[in-house]
Design a protein around this ligand. Sequence first.
Ligand code: NDP
Length: 329
Amino acid sequence: MSFRALLVTKAEDGSISAAVEMQDDTALPAGEVTVAVEYSTLNYKDGLCLGPGGGLVRTYPHIPGIDFAGSVEHSDDPRYAPGDKVVLTGWRVGEAHWGGYATRARVKADWLVPLPAGLTTRQAMAVGTAGFTAMLAVMALEDHGLTPGNGPVLVTGAAGGVGSVATAILARLGYEVAAVTGRPETADYLSRLGAARIVPRADLAETVKRPLETEVWAGCVDAVGGAMLARVLGQMRYGASVAAVGLAGGSALPASVVPFLLRGVNLLGIDSVMCPTPRRLQAWQRIARDLPLDLLESMVQPAALAEVPALGAAILKGDVQGRVVVDVN
Ligand code: NDP
């Protein structure tokens, strides 16, 4: 038996290249469950794993794809049987373990969740790690007291994957969403997702000059980090929380501790990769309930396996809008 995959290889000169190739099943890694992959997707981290960036991939040849959804073909674990629809995000699949850019994947049963009721495998991948993480961020803000009456909620990197899903979920839940984007041409798209106002990236790009600015935001889902996150902390309302999700604008945090000390601002770390299974199941249920599927579809850019390397380079430049869904077959 063999399967089709986007194989990433490293040449002797250190250069990385990716090509669609046939692979023998004997090459699949160890795991209790073999899945016929139907769809995968593209996240910022996939962009890193498709090229030399990040040092996330240690062993080549490698099959990236940090997410996949499909049908169980074979299972040595009683929780899954052939034909069951399953979803995988995180657990370092696509980084340290072969991932979803293939027609077949073999993984640990613990890493899978059943396809949530109400979603197709394609919709689950339109959500993917980016959307799943956006939901985790919203849940963390809610756990820290955010409700729609509190005031406007900021979403940074709004036209990207995390930002698009966060915008749509928050708007559906009744929040007034302010969407930060560096791409003014995405304003209509963001408004359709439910953003009440667009904040130009340049408004938050300058480094912190005053540790406390006027209190504006009742919450924030931050996909950008860096100087923007530092500025946002100084604009949070008393006792409000920022969910720190990403580093699209940089991993440094040139901030002051003053917003924490004088305004009781909370900085909440969001990790989707090692997120415990009960929280995963809760997040997927919330996605199925709170993310309007017509808006999800409006975020989707379909792609074939062979198009993924170019899209991976584009996402690292912040040039991808919404969510790429990869039909691997
Ligand atoms: P995308 O590339 O789809 O979105 C990132 C967005 O950030 C871009 O679309 C752009 O939005 C904005 N952006 C890009 N570069 C800059 C910059 N230099 N300054 C300010 N804004 C910028 O990526 P994802 O949505 O998939 O991921 C977003 C971040 O979240 C990444 O850093 C990723 O690694 C992280 N992440 C973390 C997870 C976790 O578990 N913590 C899980 C998933 C993602 P616009 O054009 O609207 O300005």
